[in-house]
Design a protein around this ligand. Structure first.
Ligand code: MEV
Length: 372
């Protein structure tokens, strides 16, 4: 571990991994972060290697208690590197707040649309810092398709720059709700962000040549075709899609936890997005053309590198530093790439020797340690 620390420390600004060695939090930090604190729970933090994302080498910090996930992601990233690495992109960092109005009449939606500029101005007035950083409220959408005919829901679309944005948009939503009630004559209902962050999607794709997929007694062609068949299975069956997506979240959540992000929010958004066509489906898919495997992932990725634990938790801040990202959008790309790699690793094993062979080998290290 000492040797690994030395290598990774060289990727940081101050050449030190101190917060990771210590775990990052004092009792006083814990007491300030949550209520009724009595201690802290440590989770191992490892580095997934071989990630080449948009032409850049990236060390990917992953916090996870499950054996074999980090090795599997590193192994899959090596296969993907053989095909040129990941190509990743994101939407602008738009987070959306919902303001529900109840008891609205037929003209309410039009009345809100007519004052959209005033809504944006009032929203930005309560978050001047976000505006000064280049973000702020951008768009007002009004929905009257949400169940009850007297309910309208106003979506306030906010550019949150490098923040996840929950606090920003919730503050805006609460600030403008009374104005919306006055404009429409309706009553204010809920005022809160939506975690179905479909204006903040992150995407990654990759190609893997057959030679990089060969393993054990299985040819690259067999594994590639098997992975594509597994992808089809997930598309056809929500029971399989849930497990397929669990494999994706093995990578995504581990990066989010390591970097102090709200993984529950991303999980909620990811699963809602996986069902957006009306049936729950896979967030990542794979196609085999006979010589190359092509993989793609697209999912909501509302993450931040400022605000919340990503700054307040010294170990999370250190992990963000290790990735080398300078924007929330770049961190979102790293997270989806970790998700796609974890998915590939799981499907490659499932399409060949099965998951237990590799998983149990690493798992045994753990059980050996827990023997008295
Ligand atoms: C285990 O953590 C994840 C897998 O079940 C994912 C999958 O089945 O695709 C192996």
């Amino acid at each position: 571990m000492a040797e690994r620390r030395q290598i990774v420390a060289a990727w940081t600004r101050d050449g030190s991994l101190e917060p990771l060695v210590q775990g990052g939090l004092t009792d006083a930090d814990c007491d300030a972060m949550v209520e009724n604190a009595i201690g802290k729970l440590a989770i191992p933090l490892g580095i997934a290697t071989n990630f080449l994302i948009n032409g850049q080498d990236v060390l990917v910090p992953m916090a996870i208690e499950e054996p074999s996930v980090i090795a599997a992601a590193s192994n899959a990233a090596r296969m993907i590197r053989a095909g040129g690495g990941f190509v990743a992109s994101t939407d602008p960092p738009l987070t959306v707040a919902q303001i529900e109005l109840r008891g609205a009449d037929a003209l309410a939606a039009e009345k809100v649309r007519a004052v959209a500029d005033e809504i944006l101005a009032r929203s930005n007035a309560v978050q001047p810092q976000m505006v000064s950083l280049g973000g702020g409220a951008r768009e007002v959408l009004v929905r009257s398709d949400v169940g009850d005919a007297t309910r309208i829901v106003v979506h306030l679309v906010v550019d949150c720059r490098d923040a996840m944005g929950a606090n920003t948009v919730n503050t805006m939503a609460e600030a403008i709700a009374p104005y919306l009630a006055t404009v429409t004559g309706a009553q204010v209902g809920l005022r809160i962000l939506t975690n179905l962050a479909d204006r903040r999607l992150a995407r990654a794709s990759c190609q893997v040549p057959a030679a990089a997929l060969a393993r054990g007694d299985f040819s690259g062609e067999q594994v590639g075709a098997g992975i594509a068949a597994a992808s089809d299975f997930a598309t056809a069956d929500p029971y399989r899609a849930a497990t397929h997506n669990k494999g994706i979240f093995n990578g995504v959540d581990a990066v989010l936890l390591a970097t102090g992000n709200d993984w529950r929010a991303v999980e909620a958004g990811g699963h809602a997005y996986a069902a957006h066509g009306g049936t729950y489906g896979p967030l990542g898919t794979w196609q085999w053309d006979g010589t190359q495997l092509r993989g793609e992932i697209e999912m909501p990725m509302a993450v931040g590198i400022v605000g919340g634990a990503s700054r307040a938790h010294p170990a999370a801040a250190k992990c963000i530093e290790i990735t080398g990202v300078t924007t929330a959008q770049e961190l979102a790309q790293v997270a989806v790439c970790a998700g796609l790699a974890s998915n590939l690793a799981a499907l490659a094993a499932l399409a060949s020797e099965g998951i237990q062979a590799g998983h149990m080998k690493l798992h045994h290290r753990h059980t050996a340690r827990s023997q008295p």
